[in-house]
Design a protein around this ligand. Sequence first.
Ligand code: HEM
Length: 487
Amino acid sequence: MPRCRDPPLSAALGAYVLYYWRQGRDLPPGPVGLPLIGRLPWTDPKNLHLTMQKVAEKYGDITSFYLGSRLFIVLNSYPMMKEMLDDYNFAGRPRLRLFLKLTRDCGIIFTEGYMWSQHRRLSLRTLRDFGFARAQTVEMVDDQLDSIFQTLDEAATSVTPMEVLGTFILASNSIITEMTLGHRFERNDPEFQKVNKLIKKLLEEGIVQTASALFPAVERFIVLFPLSSSVVHDVEYLHSFIRKEIQQREKVMVDESTEPECLCDVYIHEKRKAEKAGDFETFKEFQLIRVILEFFLAGTDTTARSIEWLLLYMAFYPEVQDRVQNELDSVIGQSRRPRMQDRTELHYTSAVIDETYRKASLAAIGVFHRAVEETHFHGYRIPSDAFIIPNVYGVHHRVEYWERPNEFYPEHFLDNEGRYRSSPYLIPFLIGRRSCVGESLARMEIVLFFTAIMQRYRVRPAPESAAKKDDILSGWMGSLRIPGNTV
Ligand code: HEM
């Protein structure tokens, strides 16, 4: 019998195989990784959604693998996703130290249980009450369109191509500010600009968050890094900005007979009612600070990037843009701006918007969930500390659900008579217990901004971008899936 020449190495290898065999027992199928770093060497960090798609193609509707030393369970089919995300046991969020330090377990996005459900319900109700049903909202959108048009008019006459994403970010941010804090800031207000800059920075610089997510064993040290303290510092600045605003609203809300004008006012009412009943926790000030900040974080870049994707697809598919503009001309004309009610007649335009949600798949791998308790699902073990990932991009590109998954094909959303038809497999805002709170608001902004822009402008790629169509539309993944370059 041949003798092993390197006993310590083979012992380590044996221990590793045994460890992974024990860890991996009963888990959903998936590829094996290396100790400590898992599948990292086989993962493209800028295209995590593509890595997940490849794994799905090989291993099926529910898969699992390690990234870093964190176990990921990935849901790749619509029925699996629907079943799991409708279940409260899978409506948890990863309990990361850094997030707990920043959020103090308040707000909506990173919380669980009673506090989460209370604040989710109240903010859904408030967004509905202050949402698209009100005349003030139409006015708000119109004002932002005036500012957008000003920037686009400049871009149209400029000899050099201009970056216009910033104007959509400012527009969606202004709408969130008014809905949450009850007033507008001038676009050039230095404090408002600083807030916007910090929000952008927090969304773009995810390195600390990624490190905490992938390496639980070193999480406690990561919070001590200087980069972590800069994240903490920025977030604290945003908290204190919002705190000052809340204090102003406290003065406006004299007593319970004062009519609320924004989310902040509704919370002040609820807080006073709860305190009268002896509850000083549920609606405490920091809860409101976090809910407002999360609306800024979740509701600004997402909406602006969606409009950016729409304009990019129009620039690269001029024949689709023609059809959208012809439809807008015949249904609305040029005498007034589009309204939400027009949508029932804008069949082709609605199909283009949905096809762009699908192809762009902005939240390509959703927002991570966790199982609150270890459980079994379709015969597989789902440990409570695993990250659960709804593979939105995967569902949006499955051959079983779409006639031409890899093409930009608005006909996916049209019936034989050319009338708009929705698809259950389109899930940009996700589904289930934690689906997006701002979905109605975002949909409204996107329809109104996009149609008003199409009614007035022709969009073309800058000459140097025209040849890079594939690279630009392939995009890459940060916290959102964004275009590879700009037009
Ligand atoms: C195109 C725009 C948007 C997209 C694509 C989008 C997408 C998403 C997705 C995929 C989730 C995760 C759902 C899950 O974990 O299962 C989410 C959650 C969330 N979104 Fe949005 N979103 C958008 C706009 C907005 C806006 C405008 C707001 C606020 C006004 C908002 C507030 C939130 C909040 C608070 C959550 C957390 C819900 C929870 O944890 O219960 N989003 N969004």
